[in-house]
Design a protein around this ligand. Structure first.
Ligand code: FMN
Length: 315
């Protein structure tokens, strides 16, 4: 079995060192391992053309068999190359630096463009249902609050939109390049993450998640530690499951959720058809109201144009 590492931080940086440690341990367990460095790959930013996500645009109403539908030519960047690597892998370890509380832009660009790869059949992005994932994040401070939900969300999207997280780790206050080499505990923890990935792949009949002991979490589905207020209830911002805050007899706060994986919007869930209908409705309305839309756009915005981007001076 194969494990693919995706390094999204600096070349030879702190998060990449942890990724290498995790892969080294997985290799020692008999796995084939390799990694790619996202910074060395070109991925065109999504233009929002919606060719991939609006099924009205699909030839014969079906996503093309080629598995790619985008305004960019397929060989104009490395998207397909990366997705093919992901498809080949049984497990993915995503390792990244933390930028502005969350994942770096380059990873978001990849996430946005994944839609162009068979958006209609999320699960087939990974070529199978059970690609497992684990995540590593390194920040220079404690401004790391949004990293787990966003990074884990990105990881599961790469796994065909299934919540197949095995483990996650976040290291704070590690800003200087190479400082990670001095943090024995973090390197050791990354090794554990690699072993856990290997173990989860070897025992796929058991629950995948192995990070319960050392990862404070609220949501038992995506294992995130961020809650969103929703009226007088709380919501997992990734899974979209609702729950109520409760306190145990010892005064420990916990959330009593309405349900588990069966309600997670990233897994097959009973509301999928309903959500799909709601998503489609605006496309239908736009088709049927072309004149009115033209009128309103002219009235509201016809008087102003964006300032043109000036030509760049050669450097
Ligand atoms: C543009 C930019 C934004 C950053 N934002 C954060 C942040 O919000 N929180 C944080 O803890 N560290 C932040 N950092 C620090 C990096 O996460 C830190 O240097 C980390 O070691 C980089 O990992 P790497 O060596 O694997 O790239 C930021 C760094 C850069 C360059």
């Amino acid at each position: 079995m194969k494990i693919l590492g995706i390094s999204c931080g600096r070349k030879d940086g702190n998060s990449e060192l942890l990724l290498k440690k995790a892969l080294k341990e997985a290799k020692a367990q008999g796995f084939e391992v390799e990694y790619l460095r996202l910074q060395e790959h070109k991925i065109n930013p999504c233009t929002g053309c919606e060719l991939c996500s609006n099924s009205d645009n699909w030839p014969n109403g079906r996503f093309p068999e080629s598995g790619y539908f985008c305004c960019y030519k397929e060989d104009s960047d490395h998207l397909s190359y990366i997705v093919d690597k992901v498809k080949e892998a049984d497990g993915i370890i995503l390792s990244t630096s933390i930028y502005n509380l969350t994942v770096p832009g380059i990873l978001l660009v990849l996430l946005n463009r994944i839609h162009a790869k068979n958006f209609a059949k999320h699960h087939e992005i990974a070529g199978k249902q059970h690609t497992l994932c684990a995540t590593i994040a390194v920040g220079g401070s404690d401004m790391t609050n949004l990293i787990k939900p966003m990074l884990n969300f990105t990881a599961v999207e790469l796994c065909g939109s299934q919540m197949n997280l095995v483990d996650q780790m976040v290291v704070q206050f590690c800003s200087a390049k190479d400082y990670m080499a001095l943090l024995d505990d973090s390197i050791e923890r990354a090794g554990l993450l690699g072993r856990r990935m290997a173990d989860a792949l070897n025992h796929q009949d058991e629950p995948y998640y192995r990070g319960l002991e050392d990862n404070p979490e609220f949501c038992p589905v995506c294992h995130g530690d961020v809650l969103q207020l929703s009226g007088n209830r709380v919501r997992c911002p990734i899974c979209n499951i609702l729950g109520d805050v409760k306190f145990s007899d010892e005064g420990k706060m916990y959330v009593l959720w309405d349900g588990g994986a069966e309600l997670c919007r990233l897994n097959d869930n009973p509301n999928e058809e309903e959500v799909h209908v709601k998503q489609r409705a605006p496309f239908k309305a736009v088709k049927e109201n072309k004149e009115k839309i033209k009128q309103v756009k002219e009235e509201v915005g016809g008087w102003i144009k964006p300032v043109p981007a000036p030509p760049l001076r050669d450097v």
